[in-house]
Design a protein around this ligand. Structure first.
Ligand code: ADP
Ligand code: ADP
Ligand code: MG
Length: 657
């Protein structure tokens, strides 16, 4: 076994690997860029080596610097995490040449499987069922069109080196291919330094189901069942679970057998994942193999009781697997929600900044479920524009799927983040949807269920009561402090208005709804003025709400339902009715920057006539390009940014006449 391992990665996965190393008594070294000098991973590792500037191309992607750091610290092995160098066969080979053990598969397996074009050729030869398409490199737009027309629209244009949902685009027509082919190629060249493109049939509304495999250097390969990752946005996974609600034991065994056969065919000797798209009829087609640890590996750990990082380390050290396929079974159900620094209320655009407050739910056993939160950040840390926008991975485990979903909904209530936009309310909305609860998933789920984006959800009957009760409890506490406690109030939420009578003391409050003729009972109140979360039990149901002061009242959010709640005297409520509603500012003539980022191109000039849908400019942040288009026909009046300019959210980029 190794004495010291270097982790060639950052963020939550670096922290994740350190935790296992500590448990196994192995010393750790992390490498870090300028942006990560004060990171949690650096704090937790036994040693840390600075390897360069913040852009990954100058730090985490530079093999020479990683190798030098191993030599400098005497690390015997490198864990690459995911992303960065994890799927670069040359890096694995380079480690071997330098006498450093690469904690991952052998270089031959990486090059056979780590590239989408090569892996498809390989899988087809091994008898694995593949997505129909053109398995080969495509030279130019003309060839791309010809092939797309042979396959038949819709098709998917993919970067052979792609990953993380980047370098992928669906084309429904010839025009889409003309626009998409160069765009994917440019994105691939920029993101992966490799612009090879291929095209395959786009399978509409499939499910994404993948098999975790594990091999050793002695020819053994097992599978650790499946994960379903159908809840995706822009082909990037958002919510994953294990097992899949779709599969029956026979299909599970068939997919597992194909995955193991493919892995054995390339002498696979570490943890890896064979991804499939599956039809609702349980047909399945091979997509790609990820020759590394997967972001969503925790759900597999939660249902199998295995530590995949430990297994990778043991295999890399030459130990044979200590169990066979028959020793493995599925225990319960696990769900993972990726907490992203992106603002769901603003078309999910990346939202960088400081985690002014970062308060995740407590990990461990809860009433009926268990919580695990894999994070690489602490309160006060910055989510920078250089890397992925992931803040943490929140997982829940329970004996059944419905309990795991309910547990996730509760855990999300207890996740409190301030300082930047984040997707917690969005994730909460999904957990509350009947379709999600019933397990009818598809990769089109988010598009189907949120066709106009996300704007929060209408309060349910319980949530309407919760908003009222919490608003009253907050008002009562504040009024008591000011010596103005009173029993009778009028609660205003949106256009709704109700008279209430409050009673009770200490941590309990009864809210008599005078118009409706019923009473809400709020118990175990845990809040004091200034706190951002309000915990309590309403009519027997425990909850956590996010609260903040707002003009004349409070903003209260429970899961995805958010409202301004005013608790007023009868007289103030009457006056409130007479206030004129404020008209929202007219921004129809402006093109605003939807996120902080960098201007990649400015495609219009003053005086130019643009048509609806025409590209105005392109922005970039967090490895993501955002094309801003004209929302109507117009003439350009002013242009306020040029390529290379950094811009803030809501900055006016272009003004129309
Ligand atoms: P998973 O299936 O494990 O989610 P993804 O394909 O989403 O895998 O990628 C895993 C992580 O690695 C993501 O955070 C992604 O952004 C990142 N990633 C993937 N490929 C690359 C790459 N070539 N360079 C840098 N980061 C990458
Ligand atoms: P990445 O390397 O970025 O993970 P994948 O090839 O695994 O790329 O594709 C990412 C996601 O895009 C899949 O999970 C699936 O939802 C969708 N996808 C990929 N290929 C197809 C296809 N041919 N038809 C339909 N959906 C697809
Ligand atoms: Mg994939």
């Amino acid at each position: 076994m190794f004495n010291k391992i270097l982790i060639a990665n950052r963020g939550e996965i670096a922290v994740r690997v350190i935790k296992t190393c500590r448990r196994l008594g192995i010393a750790t070294v992390v490498v870090y860029s300028d942006a990560d000098a004060d990171s949690l991973a650096v704090e937790m590792a036994d040693e840390a080596v600075h390897i360069g500037a913040s852009p990954a191309a100058q730090s985490y992607l530079v093999a020479d610097k990683i190798i030098a750091a191993c030599k400098q610290t005497g690390a015997q092995a490198v864990h690459p995490g995911f992303g960065f160098l994890s799927e670069k066969a040359e890096f694995a080979q380079r480690c071997a040449d330098e006498g450093i053990v690469f904690i991952g598969p052998n270089p031959g397996a990486i090059s056979a499987m780590g590239d989408k074009i090569e892996s498809k050729k390989f899988a087809a030869a091994a008898g694995v069922s593949c997505v129909p398409g053109h398995i080969g490199e495509i030279a130019d737009v003309a060839e791309a069109i010809k092939i797309s027309e042979e396959i038949g629209y819709p098709v998917m244009i993919k970067a052979s080196a792609g990953g993380g949902g980047k370098g992928i685009r669906v084309a429904w027509s010839r025009k889409d291919v003309e626009e998409g082919f160069p765009a994917v190629r440019a994105e691939a060249a920029g993101a992966f330094g490799d612009d090879r493109i291929f095209i395959e049939k786009f399978i509409e509304s499939p499910r994404h189901i993948e098999i975790q495999v594990l091999g050793d250097k002695h020819g053994h390969v097992v599978h650790l069942f499946e994960r379903e990752c159908s809840i995706q946005r822009r082909n990037q996974k958002v919510i994953e679970e294990a097992p899949s609600p779709l599969l029956d034991p026979e299909t599970r065994a068939a997919m597992g057998a194909q995955a193991v056969a493919l892995a054995k065919a390339v002498n696979y000797d570490s943890a890896g994942t064979v991804e499939f798209v599956a039809g609702q009829d349980k047909s399945f087609y091979f997509l790609e193999m990820n020759t590394r640890l997967q972001v969503e590996h925790p759900v597999t750990e939660l249902i199998t009781g295995l530590d995949l990082v430990e297994q990778m380390i043991r295999s890399a050290a030459g130990e044979p697997l200590s169990f066979g396929q028959d020793d493995l079974s599925i225990n319960g159900w696990a769900i993972e929600s990726r907490i992203y620094a992106e603002d769901p209320y603003r078309k999910f655009l990346p939202s960088i900044g400081r985690l002014v407050r970062y308060a995740p739910p407590e990990e461990g056993e809860k009433a009926g479920y268990a919580v695990r939160n894999d994070a690489g950040v602490r309160e006060g840390d910055e989510i920078s524009m250089y890397y992925d926008p992931m803040i943490s991975k929140l997982c829940t485990w329970a004996p059944t799927r419905s309990e795991a979903v309910a547990g996730m909904a509760r855990a999300l209530e207890d996740f409190h983040i301030e300082g930047l936009g984040h997707n917690v309310p969005f994730l909460a909305a999904v957990m509350d949807q009947d379709r999600f609860v019933s397990g009818k998933l598809a990769t089109s789920y988010i598009k189907d269920e949120f066709p106009d984006g996300f704007a929060g959800t209408e309060p349910t009957a319980f949530q309407a009561d919760l908003l009222t009760a919490v608003g009253c409890a907050m008002q009562r506490l504040q009024a008591q402090r000011l010596g103005r406690a009173r029993a009778d109030w009028t609660v205003v939420i949106g256009h709704g208005k109700q008279r209430v009578h409050l009673s009770g003391e200490g941590q309990s409050l009864s809210v008599e709804l005078l118009d409706a003729g019923r009473t809400l009972n709020l118990a175990d109140i845990a809040w004091r003025p200034g706190l951002p979360t309000f915990r309590g039990v309403l009519d027997g149901q425990a909850f956590t709400a996010e609260v903040a002061p707002a003009p004349e009242g409070f903003t209260i959010r429970h899961r995805a339902a958010k409202a301004r709640v005013l608790v007023l005297t009868a007289r103030s409520a009457e006056l409130h009715d007479k206030l004129p509603a404020k008209a929202p500012a007219d921004t129809s003539k402006l093109v605003l920057s939807p996120m902080p980022g960098l201007v990649v191109s400015m495609d219009v000039a003053i005086g130019q006539q643009v048509r609806e849908g025409e590209v105005v400019c392109v922005l970039e942040a967090m490895k993501m390009q955002n094309i801003l288009r004209a929302e109507r026909d117009a003439v350009v009046k002013t242009v306020n940014a040029k390529p290379g300019d950094p811009v803030a959210a809501d900055q006016v980029l272009v003004e129309f006449d």
